[in-house]
Design a binder for this molecule. Structure first.
Ligand SMILES: Cc1cc2nc3c(=O)[nH]c(=O)nc-3n(C[C@H](O)[C@H](O)[C@H](O)COP(=O)(O)OP(=O)(O)OC[C@H]3O[C@@H](n4cnc5c(N)ncnc54)[C@H](O)[C@@H]3O)c2cc1C
Length: 548
């Protein structure tokens, strides 16, 4: 019987059949390398895909202090992992072992194979994904990030790396070995958090944009119009990208941070159909991302869309880096963000004691103490469950008296029966306290005004989602809270300009501009609803494109 380790190895490093090699060879040129020659280096992008015909290709991790061999590909085996599809720089290097003859398949041809030959596509995609997971779990160093635990800038950098699948290692500078390694690289305290990018490029206190440049994630976007431009790569945007690209629309997705959206910050999604054991939001997002790329969608991040104008059926979106993207149709899937805690002075703790999302990175900052979670929706419930497992316990704070008012019943039941979760009803936070670190909060009972103190080192806030729509032009009408009006609401708003047709179900008051997911008015704020909306937007896009 085949063991788990052998099975995973088999998925990651399969051998190609004669027929598969013949197909790939027909699209390739033959490359030869001398013994020891470098085939590619970590940090390079736009790499071809190599199928070994004779000799061996050694894959090397040269991010460690001493370069190590990760794996050796022999005849019938091939190089590559997810970065071949994401067009991100390679995380590892490759050298020839002995004289090598290989079929060298360009990225355009590789994408054709992935889109057109299902069995071979499955084999390659499975291998690429499994290899990346194995690499991440192998203690692979990758990009080094130096910083203090609890530093909000460090937390943001690590979230950015997680969402964009950049393998990295955090070097804790409060630890003896970390401090020594910081001194070896001559990194000073005022440069923290500090990132040592590929090939030694230094990035002291980097912004997300600077990180993207330093890691080679930035690339120019083509200027010809796309059939569908999607703003936001959360579940709604990714679903639309999968359906749009698979149905032949030229599709681009733009995101200000990276794929995943709010769902990408959810530790466990258990109510998404087809995953009875649940899956992490990051896993769901990553699968959607690869699926969209497989069908030929482009994804560019980090880029923020700052404004949009529409004229004669063409929409022009201006990005924060000055680039302009044109679309015959546009989908706004920018989701929502949680409102800041309305307590004086609490900004001081933003990202270091008060958080607006909940991932492993955040949970680590309070692992030996209790955490407070504010909010009554599924996001607060998921966070409480996750924190109860990864910290000393969680206290869920509700303004109302009914846990089921906006939380799914299955989650409410689990929370009520969890031994490490306490629920306090009818309270709101009136003050936060702490000196160097957050030490606690003061709660006010909304019924009688009485106060009580609660000790905790971290507060997770999930109250009042606010849509990200401030950048939109007035032609896209929104409701009193800023959510986008669509369909019948758009038609009856008095802002719909066409007489010859009604707006499609998810179409806004600007013809050809759609909204999907949390940003759309009157939607249920759940992953499955966002995915359904994204798919529906593609149907609407087809109708509008047929009219142009
Ligand atoms: C912690 C947590 C746990 C949750 N758990 C569950 C659960 O278990 N089950 C469930 O069904 N739902 C859950 N939800 C809710 C679910 O995640 C959301 O309903 C869903 O993510 C909405 O998807 P969306 O695509 O509409 O928007 P979002 O996920 O919010 O994605 C929007 C994207 O748009 C990008 N963006 C915003 N503005 C711009 C701009 N101007 N330019 C470029 N990009 C931009 C953002 O970076 C973001 O990536 C949870 C939410 C949270 C926060």
């Amino acid at each position: 019987m085949i063991g788990t380790v052998d099975y995973v190895h088999h998925l990651a490093f399969p051998k190609l059949t004669d027929a598969e090699i013949a197909t790939l060879a027909g699209l390739a040129r033959v490359c030869t390398f001398k013994d020891g020659e470098t085939i590619f280096q970590a940090g390079q992008r736009g790499l071809p895909f190599y199928v070994v015909d004779s000799g061996e290709i050694a894959i090397i991790d040269d991010s460690a202090d001493v370069p190590t061999t990760v794996v050796v590909h022999g005849p019938r085996e091939f190089t590559g992992d997810v970065s071949l599809l994401t067009d991100r720089p390679a995380a590892i290097s490759a050298h020839a072992r002995g004289p090598v003859r290989a079929y060298c398949v360009g990225q355009v041809e590789l994408r054709r194979v992935i889109q057109e030959i299902p069995d071979l596509s499955d084999k390659l995609l499975e291998a690429f994904q499994t290899r990346r997971t194995m690499l991440e779990r192998s203690g692979f160093i990758g990009v080094r990030v130096f910083g203090h635990l609890g530093d909000p800038d460090l937390t943001q950098i690590r979230e950015f790396f997680d969402k964009n699948k950049v393998p990295h290692t955090w070097v804790d500078v409060d630890d003896k070995a970390g401090r020594a390694s910081m001194e070896t690289l001559e990194v000073t305290e005022d440069q923290l958090p500090f990132v040592s990018c590929n090939r030694g490029t230094r990035a002291p206190r980097p912004t997300v944009t600077r990180l993207a440049e330093c890691l080679g994630l930035k690339r120019p976007i083509r200027t010809e119009p796309f059939d569908l431009v999607i703003v936001g790569a959360g579940p709604a945007g990714l679903a639309a990208a999968v359906y749009g690209a698979s149905e032949g629309l030229s599709t681009i997705v733009l995101d200000r941070f990276g794929p995943g959206g709010q769902a990408g910050t959810s530790s466990r999604i258990e109510n998404y159909m087809g995953f009875p054991a649940g899956l992490s939001g990051a896993d769901l997002a990553n699968r959607g991302y690869l699926q969209a790329l497989k069908f030929g969608a482009e994804l560019v991040a980090p880029v923020e869309v700052c404004s949009m104008t529409s004229e004669n059926g063409m929409h022009r979106l201006v990005l924060d880096d000055g680039q302009v993207v044109q679309g015959r149709t546009v989908l706004i899937a920018t989701g929502a963000t949680y409102q800041r805690l309305p307590v004086a002075g609490c900004e001081r703790w933003d990202g270091s004691g008060i958080f607006y999302s909940c991932t492993t990175v955040h949970a680590r900052s309070c692992k030996s103490s209790r955490a407070a979670v504010i909010g009554g929706g599924n996001s607060a419930g998921q966070a409480a469950m996750f924190l109860a497992e990864h910290t000393a316990g969680a206290t869920l704070l509700l303004r109302g008296g009914d846990l089921r008012k906006s939380m799914s019943d299955y989650l409410a039941r689990r929370i009520e029966h969890h031994p490490k979760i306490e629920i306090i009803h009818h309270v709101e936070v009136e003050a936060v306290a702490g000196d160097q670190t957050l030490e606690g909060i003061r709660l006010r009972d909304v019924r009688d005004g009485s106060s009580r103190d609660l000790g905790c080192s971290a507060v997770f806030v999930f109250i009042g989602a606010e849509p990200r729509t401030k950048w939109l032009p007035p032609s896209v009408a929104v409701d009193s809270k800023g959510f986008i009006l669509t369909g019948a609401d758009a038609a009856h708003s008095g802002n719909w300009p066409l007489e010859n047709r009604e707006p499609c179900t998810v179409e806004s008051t600007c013809p050809g501009v759609f909204a999907a997911g949390d940003v759309r008015s009157k939607t249920t704020k759940r992953v499955a609803f966002a995915v359904g909306d994204g798919a529906l937007a593609v149907t609407c896009a087809h109708r509008v494109l047929a009219e142009l």
